[in-house]
Design a protein around this ligand. Sequence first.
Ligand code: FES
Length: 112
Amino acid sequence: MPTLTVQNLPAGPISTSAGATLLASVQAAGHDWLHACGGRGRCTTCRVEVLHGPDHLTPPTEAELRYRAAGRLLPTERLTCQARLLPTAAPAAEVVVRVPRAVQLPHVQYGP
Ligand code: FES
């Protein structure tokens, strides 16, 4: 099963389900995650920087393209409520992300 690793959280790789958003996967793994608009693509608080495996993710949605055009989402960032692991991703596929400092929750202990 493809995995998602959040580099600056202490837990290890998270198993993902095909078609699930990254937000659903991290929440299912028990991580508290900022998502101010409730996962509707109307903020950027759920974003991550993708460090490895961006090709295993679905293409950017209209919401992500709109935020990129407005300079509110970097080309290396994805909204976890929009990005999904591709159903065609190989079982050994791995996506590595990190939570940018600006959207880290104050009560969660993040790594460097
Ligand atoms: S939770 Fe608002 S854009 Fe993802």
